[in-house]
Design a protein around this ligand. Structure first.
Ligand code: SF4
Length: 265
């Protein structure tokens, strides 16, 4: 199978969070991220960086959007081949997509860039921002998310709080849980309570992770028939996820949902 990119727009595919989601990939030329998460569906981050650049022009993305089935999407999601806030034209692209389609726009971010006021300004026109937060302490962050130099848990949490203070849209936290990050769960709950998001989404790596970078695996979307070599990761069972959900709800008073919610019992 060729790993050459074909379009900056992909899907729509069914998402457990938002229905039919059309993906927009402003990175596209490589897998580009400030994290190298153990569970990353992209398999390998080819370009680990905190540098913001225009990787793909807004014009190219809009041409791909026109050629796509955007009309059937419930949500247009900026995600793709890494961390979308590393695209310097993110704000411009969000505004252009909204103007063209009239559809709600969501950004999935790893929250490593949110202390930058320019990044927060770029997110202002999105209807939803989902911030990744996997760790309750620095050690767990380093272990699971494997950030590039300069990224700390304190910086991430501060960035999310700064965004929350000025962002008018729906701000949720997404967490990928494996047995290892349950160790710092009390500290994690305290951070969640401090941030006070509209919702916390608990996920666990149910899908195998590719061994190398495959653009076909971009985004956080459901993909059943992975056409690449992949490995399984330790994940939470339905019962463990349910217990965690209840525990975090009790400690934080927040709305907590789990990836298992839509599956048949
Ligand atoms: S899962 Fe997301 S944040 Fe983590 S390395 Fe992959 S693209 Fe980056």
């Amino acid at each position: 199978m060729s790993n050459l990119p074909t379009s900056t727009v992909y899907g729509p595919v069914n998402s457990w969070r938002v229905g039919r989601s059309l993906g927009i990939d402003l990175l596209f030329t490589s897998s580009i991220c400030s994290f190298r998460c153990l569970y990353c569906q992209l398999g390998k981050i080819e370009t680990p960086t905190r540098e913001r650049r225009v990787w793909v022009s807004t014009e190219q993305m809009l041409a791909d959007l026109e050629a796509s089935d955007w009309q059937s999407a419930d949500m247009i999601t900026f995600s793709g081949s890494g961390e979308p806030t590393l695209a310097l034209n993110l704000g411009e692209a969000i505004r252009a997509v909204k103007a063209r389609t009239g559809k709600p726009v969501m950004v999935l971010t790893n929250a490593t860039m949110l202390e930058d006021p320019a990044v927060r300004a770029d997110l202002r026109d999105a209807d939803r921002v989902y911030c990744k937060l996997d760790a309750g302490d620095e050690k767990t962050l380093q272990l699971i998310d494997r950030p590039v130099e300069g990224v700390t848990l304190a910086g991430i949490v501060n960035g999310i709080k700064l965004l929350k203070a000025e962002y008018p849209g729906y701000l949720a936290i997404q967490s990928m849980f494996m047995p290892v990050n349950k160790k710092a769960i009390a500290a994690f709950a305290a951070i969640l309570k401090d941030i006070g998001p509209a919702e916390v989404q608990l996920n666990t790596p149910l899908r195998p992770v590719p061994r190398g970078w495959f653009i076909a695996a971009r985004g956080n979307h459901v993909r059943e028939d992975a056409p690449y070599e992949a490995v399984d990761l330790a994940h939470l069972s339905r019962e463990e996820a349910k217990d965690l959900e209840a525990y975090l709800r009790e400690l934080t008073g927040l709305k907590i949902v789990s990836v298992y919610k839509d599956e048949a019992a």
